[in-house]
Design a protein around this ligand. Structure first.
Ligand code: AMP
Length: 417
C-alpha cells in the first residue's frame, strides 16, 4: 500500500518519501481516504500509531486543492488539543508534512502572550492548532471567527475531558457552524467520550486500530516492588545497572519532580524537568533538549504524558504510578513508538497497590514483578490479579496438617519470578 494509492497528491507523497515514511500505517490507511472524502471520523487510535499524519495529510491536501480563500481572522481547519506540548508537536507535524504547500498555519495556547497569536490570526489562517482555553479567549476578543470553518479535529479527546475542558469545549462547539466535518481521535473511549461523539459526529467512520484500552504490545512492561523511601536509590541503581541511554521518568507531583531532580544532582546525575509550575519557555527548552538527545533524563508530571514524541525513546520509568489508570497507557506510549521496541518500568510501593490493580484491570494484564536484589521491600506489595482484586495472604490453617492434605499456598509469592 502506498500513500499515492490512498489519493494523496504528489507534493505530499514526495515530502513523505523525503522524511522516510515508507508506507501508511493502519490508521492512516483508513483515515486518509475518509478525511479526503469529507467524512466524519471517530478513531480509537493510541499514541504512536501515526494518527497525527492520518488527519494532517488529507486536511493539508484539501486545504491546498480548495485554494487560499480565507478572510481576515477566519480559520478553515481547527485542531483542538489538550496541552501546549501537544499543540506545538501537532503544529510541527503540519509544518513538516505541508512544507511544500502554500498554507498559513499557526498554533495558540495559554501561558504565553496572546498578542502574537492575535497578529497571526489577523490575515486569516488555513489551519489553527489550539488548546480550548486560549481558543475561547481569542474568540471572545473577536480575534478568531468561525464562519469559514470546514473541519474540526479533536485530538486526544479523552485527555481534554480528563483535564476538565468539558465546559470550554461545549462553548467552542456552540460557536462553530453546524455544517462541518468533525474528526475525533481518542486513545480511550469512555461513556463520556461516546456521548460527546454521538452529539458531534454525523455518520462517522469508526476506526479502531488496536484493541481498546491496551498498551502497545511491543513494550516490555514490568514492576519493581520497593519501599517508598527507597525509590530514588532504586532509580539510581537501575540507571547504572541497565545503562539506559535516555529515560523519561514520571512522578506524581510537581514537588516530587523537583525533589527527584535534586537527589539525582546530589549524586552527580544531571536531569531536566517539566511540569505545570514551570514557565512555558522553560518547558519547551527542556523538551527540545531531551528530544535532541542533549539531556539523558527528563523528569515529568503527567503534563508531559501527552504530546511527547521522541524517536527511539527506550525507557519510561513510572517513579510513581499514575492516579488515573488511563495515564499509564499514555505514559507507556511515550516509548515503543512507530513499531520500535520499548520498556516501561514501574517502581511500586505497598501504598500504590490499588493504583496497580486499576492499571492491570484496564490493560487486562498482570504486570510481571521483578525484585531487585537489596531492594526487597519491608512493606510487601500485595499480589493483584486482572480482576482488580488484591490477593490476600490466606489465614494460616488452625489445625496441624496431616500427611496428604493440600497445603495452603501463600499466593502473595506464587507469581513472583
Ligand atoms: P503519532 O501516533 O501521530 O504520534 O505518530 C507516532 C510517530 O510515528 C511519529 O514519530 C511519526 O513521525 C511516525 N510516523 C507516522 N506515520 C508514519 C509512517 N507512515 N511511517 C513511519 N513513521 C510514521
Amino acid at each position: 500500500m502506498s500513500f499515492a494509492s490512498l489519493g494523496l497528491i504528489d507534493p505530499l507523497c514526495r515530502t513523505l518519501d523525503a522524511i522516510g515514511y515508507p508506507s501508511p500505517t493502519p490508521v492512516q490507511t483508513q483515515a486518509i481516504p475518509a478525511v479526503l472524502a469529507k467524512r466524519d471520523v471517530m478513531a480509537a487510535a493510541q499514541t504512536g500509531t501515526g494518527k497525527t499524519a492520518g488527519f494532517a495529510l488529507p486536511l493539508l491536501q484539501r486545504l491546498t486543492m480548495e485554494g487560499p480563500q480565507v478572510a481576515s481572522n477566519s480559520v478553515r481547519v481547527l485542531v483542538l488539543v489538550p496541552t501546549r506540548e501537544l499543540a506545538e508537536q501537532v503544529h510541527e507535524s503540519f509544518k513538516t508534512y505541508g512544507a511544500s504547500l502554500p498554507l498559513r498555519t499557526a498554533v495558540a495556547y495559554g501561558g504565553v502572550s496572546i498578542n502574537p497569536q492575535m497578529m497571526k490570526l489577523r490575515k486569516g489562517l488555513d489551519l489553527l492548532v489550539a488548546t480550548p482555553g486560549r481558543l475561547l479567549d481569542l474568540y471572545r476578543q473577536n480575534a478568531v471567527k468561525f464562519n469559514q470553518l470546514q473541519t474540526l479535529v479533536l485530538d486526544e479527546a479523552d485527555r481534554m475531558l480528563d483535564l476538565g475542558f468539558s465546559r470550554e469545549l461545549d462553548a467552542v462547539f456552540a460557536a462553530l457552524p453546524k455544517q462541518r466535518q468533525t474528526l475525533l481521535f481518542s486513545a480511550t473511549f469512555s461513556d463520556e467520550i461516546r456521548a460527546m461523539a454521538g452529539k458531534l459526529l454525523a455518520d462517522p467512520l469508526s476506526i479502531e486500530v488496536s484493541p481498546r484500552n491496551t498498551t502497545v504490545q511491543k513494550i516490555r512492561q514490568w514492576v519493581v516492588p520497593v519501599d517508598k523511601k527507597r525509590k530514588p536509590e532504586l532509580f539510581l541503581h537501575l540507571l547504572a545497572k541497565k545503562r539506559w541511554s535516555q529515560v523519561l521518568v514520571f512522578v506524581k507531583t510537581r514537588r516530587g519532580v523537583e525533589q527527584l531532580v535534586d537527589i539525582l544532582a546530589e549524586h552527580g546525575v544531571a536531569a531536566d524537568s517539566i511540569h505545570g509550575d514551570k514557565p512555558q519557555p522553560a518547558r519547551l527548552r527542556a523538551l527540545d533538549s531531551f528530544k535532541a538527545g542533549q539531556c539523558r533524563i527528563l523528569v515529568a508530571t503527567d503534563v508531559a504524558a501527552r504530546g511527547l514524541d521522541i524517536d527511539d525513546l527506550p525507557v519510561v520509568v513510572n517513579f510513581d504510578l499514575p492516579i488515573v489508570a488511563e495515564d499509564y497507557i499514555h505514559r507507556t506510549g511515550r516509548t515503543g513508538r512507530a513499531g520500535n521496541a520499548g520498556e516501561a518500568v514501574s517502581l511500586v510501593c505497598a501504598d500504590e497497590v490499588t493504583l496497580l490493580a486499576a492499571i492491570e484491570v484496564l490493560t487486562k494484564q498482570t504486570l510481571q514483578r521483578i525484585e531487585e536484589a537489596d531492594f526487597s521491600p519491608e512493606h510487601r506489595v500485595p499480589v493483584t490479579n486482572t480482576a482488580g482484586e488484591i490477593v490476600k495472604k490466606p489465614k494460616k490453617p488452625k489445625k496441624p496438617k496431616t500427611v496428604g492434605e493440600v497445603s495452603n499456598v501463600d499466593v502473595r509469592f506464587a507469581r513472583r519470578p
